[in-house]
Ligand binder design. Sequence first.
Ligand code: ASP
Length: 340
Amino acid sequence: MSKLLLIYAGGTIGMMRHKDGHLVPFDFNRLLSHIPELELLPHRIDTVQVEKPIDSSDVRFHHWVELARIIDRHYYDYEGFVILHGTDTMAYTASALSFMLENLSKPVVLTGSQLPIGDLRTDAKENIITSLEIAGKYENGRPLVPEVSLYFEYKLFRGNRTVKVSSEHFNAFDSPNYPPLAEAGVEIYFNRDLILPPRKDIFRIFTDLSDKLAVLKIHPGITPAYFKLIGEIPDLRAVIIETYGSGNAPRLPWLQEEIRRAVDSGIHVIGITQCMRGKVLPGRYETGRHLYEAGVIPGSDLTLEAAMTKTAYLLGKDLPHKAFRQAFMQPLRGELTALE
Ligand code: ASP
């Protein structure tokens, strides 16, 4: 019988209604009492909760470090891990963990729900039970999904490709630029060719994320004041610019100058797209060329969640600019499509 570890980090899934009507996290044991079906799974399931379960909108880097440490501590005791997490920032946490868990060769599945487990119409049970099934799926001693993934409403996605797309529908997540790794119907169908192979090197965690970064969204009417405000952040080391379409931005002389100045001063400036689907293609348009000529790093089809957490991870590695740029542009955990 294989052993799985179910980790409770918080989120709606384990919340109850406070007397004022709003939802607050509650005790893990009460959550478990709502799913006696866990006993029926052909796995031994142990449970652990983080020190203080949170509404995931409160997530900070130290919460990711805590989750990485729990997995590290128990890595060789379990065949797979399932993390119950709030949906608001689940895509960020899944992306962050995909980088922090280096040389992963076991399944780590994040899931949650739109309705608390105690609600009659809850989506929590199906999400938890199928996530556990996926985490425990092995063939000839090899796990089927040895990467950080996110399961929600019958679909399993690569974690660092996900975004939260709905605050009201049960299918709250999508992976706009990468197909699902698996789909659950009567059976669970795995898209084996799309799943990363297990890593051969020894598993370890990297927890030294850096928060010396900022995200800037290009919009019509953008002013120098907005750009300057970001430039005033002390010790800033990276800026992620959400550009239009395939990597474009207005050709305002002050904007071009600010970007060039930032790059020349050693700040890593990264360009991703505001579009839900597609990627940054440097040089496709005149309105994009000036960015990449100034040294902006093209982020291909990265989601904001993956771009932000990858930046925090690579900044933590303290790489010289050229090595940072190279590492950023190649897929480290399948998070982006490499540009030709
Ligand atoms: N605010 C909640 C959270 O992210 C929402 C949810 O879990 O669905 O923790």
